[in-house]
Design a protein around this ligand. Sequence first.
Ligand code: MEV
Length: 354
Amino acid sequence: MVKKIRASVPAKVILFGEHFVVYGKRALATAINRRLAVEVSSREKEGYHVKIENIPTFGLEMDLEHKKEGNIKALPYKDYDAVTKATAYVKESIVYLEERYGIGGEGVEIEIKSEIPLSAGLGSSAATCVATIAALKEYFGVSGDLEGIRNDAHHVEKAVQGAASPVDTAISTYGGYVLVEKGEVKRLHLPELDLIVGCIGSIPLSMDTKKASEMGLKTKRIVEEVKVRKESFKEIFDSIFDASDAITAQALNAIENCDFVKLGALMNINHGLLDAIGVVPRRLSELVKMSQGSGALGAKVTGAGGLDEMGSVGSVLVLPGESVDRIKATMEIAGAFVMDVKTGEEGLKVANTY
Ligand code: MEV
C-alpha cells in the first residue's frame, strides 16, 4: 500500500484586538470549523509535485481564443498572485525542512485541499505552513512535538512575508482560543460561539495586474499605513489603542459569562476603532452596517481589514443572535461569500495510512 500522510488544520478569526496587538495590546483569536488539509505521498519521479484544489473565493478569468474549430485555447487573463502566494508558503516550507532536518531525496506528491478563502484574514498562509510542515515531518520521520511544528511554521511564514504575529500559527497548530498579551501567546478554554463570516474575496476586473499581484502583501501594507497614522496622531491613537485593550478584556468576560448582548456591543465598538485607524474599506463597512441593520448583536471587520483600491478584499465577523438567515441573505446580496462558523475548532490532526 502507498504511504500517505494527511495533516489538517483550522482557519482562524481574530475576535478582538487585531492591529492593536502589533503594539502590545491584547488580542483574542479562535480557530473556526473551516479546514485546510495537506496530503503527502510518494511519486516515482524525484522532486516535489504540488497540487492545490478547492480554494474558495479564488476566481480565475480566462480569455478564450478560438483559433480553429475544435481547438479552443484557454489563456490566463491575469496572473493572480493568490495562487503563487499559496505556493510560496509550500516552497519555503520545503526549503526550510530540507535545510533544517535534511528531508528529501525522493519523489513526493503534495496535495492541498482548502475550505479557507485566500487573502481574507482567515489565516490561510499559516494554515498552509503548519499543515505542510506537519505532513512532511511525519512523512520523513522527523520527530518533534506540536510546539516544534508551530515554531517551524512561524519561521517559514516570517521568511515569506517579512513579518508575522504568532497568532495565526498558534491557532492553526493548537486550535481553540488564543489570547495574545504583550507578544505572549496563551491558550484559553472558552465556550463555543456560533458566528457568521462574510468575505469579499474576488479581485475586480478593473484592477491592474500589478495591483492584483500586490494582494499577497496586503496585510503588510495596511499595518505600515496604520503605523504612519499612529505617528501623526500619537496622543489620539494612544487612547484608541488603550480602548481596544479594555474591549478585549471585557469581551473575555462576556464570553465566559455567555453574555451575548454585551459581546455584540463590544464587537460594534471594536469595529468603530478599526474604522478610526483607517483599515475599513467601503465594501466591508457596508457588510457590517447591513448586518447590524438586519438584527445582528454585533459585527466587525476581522483580521487586517482591507483597502478600497484592492477591491475591499477581506472579511467581517458577525454575532447573529436570532436573525441568522436574514443577515446571511443580506450579506450575499451585497456580494459576500458567507460561511456559518463555530469557534474553538480542534487544532492540527495528522493521520497516517500505509
Ligand atoms: C492580521 O490578521 C492581523 C494583524 O493584527 C497583523 C498581525 O497581528 O500580524 C493586522
